[in-house]
Design a binder for this molecule. Structure first.
Ligand SMILES: *Cc1c(COP(=O)(O)O)cnc(C)c1O
Length: 450
């Protein structure tokens, strides 16, 4: 069978990131303080450097990628675009299935695409230490790598359940020189408050963010970095979609639909937004974010101003949310367990320019195993969500006889997640649809502003 792999050369790594704000029907809603007023820049400068803050607020369509960042991107970029011919054949579908593979980075996912520039911009601004949170460890390991590249210290607050379950990711972070703590810790007020209420708290991303932000706000030499959600993070991830567009041009094709797993929205925005520019110009293309039915932020959450963390340290952002005190069930796609979503993705979803679907855990592993057995790559549990949705679409095409061109983001490999696969094979995993009452209850605690 023919192997189709569309490669670019190093000179074709994008020179600019694409900022979707330039093509949005309405400007993004501003982040607000607890008083309901837009947050003052000085407040944000306590934890972010001015150059990244400028990107966060920018409406410029193209933003130049620093040469030193492109140099490091070359370690794994351009990322291949591959056609999954064996999967197509196994499904018996007339659809063509393409995937953009982001698992070739040193950390094994798309996250270094933003970790590298975030560390670089902080270093340029004279910052020597970075603090952050991580769930399953993909972001923590990416920022550990990036900090190491620029000689910076990195502190990672890792959600306690994951710290205990994902020992190998912890080791990876330490190998790249980072300090890793199980959150909640007793080192921050946010952590101590949680431990006073529940000494056995399993932690959550919201809690870990509160700890990392508190540390950055309390030290001049330390800034906070976030692996998803924010505008500048999604901006950096657009290298994925920009490369994919060039690769499709080379073969004279164009996708009808794009799928990506969606936690905070960065790999989805990264692959989809460069194509949204064409949609804004009248081209017909459907962009689908895929989330777990246990953490159904876009499909069942409310569009409202909410905090990014559990303690209310972050500004309020207008986004789809399940409530900032939502503690999601312990599904294996750790990177998709976030109560909120990117404000840019949320706004575009609210305006009907993108779509979202929710899929069940067992069906995602089934899809991941089918992908591994046909295409070889073992996908991360998060990536299995995108694969599930693409397989479902390919099966619909089989019924209707449509030969659609489908693209999905294979956001990472699953080599550090093999115990999750083992538990799937042992029949120990469950589907968990979040109950409507729990969603209503969490939404009762939404801050009353905006
Ligand atoms: C973190 C992660 C995700 C989800 O995060 P987004 O910001 O929504 O992209 C998806 N896949 C992998 C492999 C991840 O590491």
């Amino acid at each position: 069978m023919e192997n189709i792999r569309i490669q670019l050369d190093a000179s074709e790594i994008p020179t600019h990131w694409y900022n979707v704000v330039a093509d949005m029907p309405k400007p993004p809603a501003p982040p607000l303080g607890p008083d309901g007023q837009p947050v003052a820049a000085e407040k944000m400068l306590e934890i972010f450097p001015p150059n990244l803050l400028e990107q966060e607020m920018s409406a410029e369509r193209w933003i130049a990628i620093p040469e030193e960042v492109r140099e490091i991107y070359r370690l794994w970029r351009p990322a291949p675009l591959c056609r999954a011919t064996r999967l197509e054949q196994a499904l018996g579908t007339p659809a063509k299935i393409y995937y953009k593979y982001e698992g070739g980075s040193p950390a094994g996912s798309h996250k270094p695409n933003t970790a590298i520039p975030q560390a670089w911009y902080n270093r340029q601004a004279g910052i020597k230490r970075l603090s952050t949170e991580t769930g399953a460890g993909q972001w923590g390991s990416s920022i550990a790598l990036a900090g190491q590249m620029f000689g910076m210290e990195v502190r990672v607050y890792m959600v306690k359940v994951s710290y205990e379950q994902k020992a190998a990711r912890r080791s990876l972070m330490r190998t790249w020189g980072a300090e890793v703590f199980a959150s909640p810790t007793s080192q921050t007020q946010a952590g101590r408050d949680i431990l006073a209420k529940d000494p056995f708290s399993p932690g959550s991303l919201g809690i870990a963010i509160a700890e990392a932000v508190e540390e950055a706000a309390s030290r001049k030499d330390t800034n906070y970095v976030l692996g998803s959600v924010l505008n500048h993070v999604i901006l950096h991830q657009t290298v994925i979609g920009l490369e994919a567009k060039k690769q499709f041009e080379k073969i004279g094709e164009y996708p009808d639909m794009i799928f990506a797993p969606c936690g905070g929205g960065s790999n989805f925005g990264g692959i989809a937004f460069p194509f949204l520019a064409d949609k804004a110009a009248g081209r017909n293309i459907r962009l689908v974010a895929v989330e777990p039915s246990s953490c159904p932020t876009l499909t069942r959450g409310h569009y409202a101003y909410d905090y990014g963390d559990s303690s209310g340290y972050t500004p309020l952002m207008l986004m789809y949310t399940l409530g900032h005190d939502f503690v999601p069930p312990g599904i294996h796609a750790g990177g998709l367990r976030y109560h909120g979503d990117s404000p840019l993705v949320s706004q575009l979803y609210h305006e009907g320019l993108i779509e979202a679907v929710a899929v069940n855990q067992l069906a995602t592993f089934e899809a991941g195993v089918q992908f591994a057995r046909t295409e070889g790559i073992v996908p991360a549990p998060e990536s299995c969500h995108g694969i599930r949705a693409v397989i479902d679409e390919a099966l619909r095409c089989k019924e209707t006889g449509e030969a659609k061109t489908l693209l999905f983001c294979l956001s990472g490999h699953g080599h550090f997640d093999m115990t999750s696969y083992d538990r799937y094979f042992a029949g120990e995993l469950e589907d968990y649809a979040y109950p409507a009452e729990a969603i209503e209850a969490a939404l009762q605690h939404l801050p009353k502003v905006g």
